[in-house]
Design a protein around this ligand. Structure first.
Ligand code: TTP
Ligand code: MG
Length: 364
């Protein structure tokens, strides 16, 4: 019998900050770019649950987060504490969390900095798997003074959606020792959820279906496999199975899914080559430093992100023929990839640039 767990840390970056800085206890916290008294131009990385009550979430523009905080202040509520991002701190905690999970499962997929899938089939029953999940949560609380939410299900899809179900500090089990029944249980669990909860459905797909009056998973089930494929291509076929709780994707242990990246929103949109090149060099340096401190030896791909005024965003990726060993080499490649955005090759209308980012992928 297959039993899969998914663990996701609660308000991760903000929770680490709150733990590290006792003076912030019980205050609303936002981690992200500098709000600059409301003129800041970046976004929120994450907000703790108190700040979420103000309507602030991951990817909220930082200027709006500032406004919502000021509004709360006027209503007599505590002002939000805005903090910058300390990746190195979160990466350290992430490693420690993963280490704990590895003690309880021999097959772990580290899916992002704060989440992992782990195989609990060895437990033999859902009850025993639930006990293991409790132990993992307890150990994380004891050692890290942080809370995590865990989902348990017959596959990765159900485990992931379940871990999100009772956040924060949740533990949700969808499954029984009767495998036939598990398909039914999964379908019942999914049917009343908004379609956005299905991994792979992003804001665009959500909007597309919203226009057709489809909001819940059960509405989406009205489409045949063929119809979904017509609308979404090959992924439509996969979605057809997902909304029925079916997923046989394996856990992938390799580190290849990982990446290291940084981006920066400028305080003013610009096309100044000295400035933009200067910033991409600085970001490349930061990324290379983090790569050097990581346990990875190589990376295979470089991705550059450019966002123009008006928010149009382009990513360009370059797969390396030969491994890069120095910070200078990475800077050189990054500049080479940025250049077309400064002239008509990638920017025929000479639009100003709002944000640049660099990420390295296929780490191993
Ligand atoms: P999430 O697990 O999506 O969010 P979270 O841990 O902050 O909150 P939740 O309790 O809902 O799980 O992401 C993990 C971390 O990744 C998050 O703390 C900050 C970072 N992140 C960003 O920087 N930008 C984003 O848009 C998102 C979604 C996350
Ligand atoms: Mg999380």
């Amino acid at each position: 019998m297959r039993i899969i767990g998914h663990l996701d840390m609660d308000a991760f970056f903000a929770a680490v900050e709150e733990r590290n800085k006792p003076r912030l206890k019980k205050l609303p916290i936002v981690v992200g770019s500098d709000p600059a008294n409301g003129r800041g131009r970046g976004v929120v990385s994450t907000a703790n649950y108190r700040a979420r009550k103000y309507g602030i979430h991951s990817a909220t523009p930082i200027s709006i987060a500032w406004r919502l905080s000021q509004k709360a202040k006027k209503e007599g509520k505590p002002e939000v504490v805005f903090l910058g991002v300390n990746f190195a701190d979160y990466e350290k905690v992430s490693l420690e969390i993963m280490e704990i999970i590895h003690k309880y499962s021999s097959l772990v997929e580290e899916a992002s900095i704060d989440e992992a899938y782990f195989d609990l089939s060895y437990a033999g029953s859902y009850e025993a798997a639930e006990e293991i999940a409790k132990k993992i949560k307890k150990e994380i609380k004891r050692k890290e003074k942080l809370t995590a939410s865990v989902g348990i299900g017959p596959n990765k899809l159900i485990a992931k959606i379940a871990s999100d179900k009772n956040k924060p500090d949740g533990l949700t089990v969808i499954g029984s020792d009767n495998e036939e029944r598990n398909i039914k249980l999964a379908e019942i669990f999914l049917k009343d959820l908004p379609i956005r909860k299905i991994p792979g459905i992003g804001p665009k797909t959500e909007k597309l279906f919203d226009k057709l009056g489809i909001r819940l998973v059960k509405d989406l089930k009205k489409f045949s496999k063929k119809e979904l494929e017509k609308i979404l291509g090959k992924w439509g076929g996969e979605l057809y199975l997902k909304i029925r709780g079916r997923d046989d994707s394996p856990l992938v242990e390799e580190w290849t899914a990982k990446s290291i990246g940084e981006q920066e929103t400028f305080s003013e949109d610009t096309l100044d080559p000295n400035f933009t090149v200067g910033r991409i060099i600085e970001l490349s340096r930061g990324v290379f430093d983090r790569f050097k401190k990581s346990e990875f030896k190589n990376f295979g791909t470089i991705v550059i992100t450019v966002r123009f005024s008006g928010f149009e965003t382009k990513n360009r990726s370059h797969t390396l023929q030969n491994p890069i060993n120095t910070s200078d080499d990475l800077q050189f490649e990054a500049v080479k990839m940025l250049m077309p955005f400064l002239d008509k090759r990638e920017n025929p209308e000479r639009k100003k640039i709002r944000l640049v980012g660099i990420r390295i992928e296929k780490l191993n």
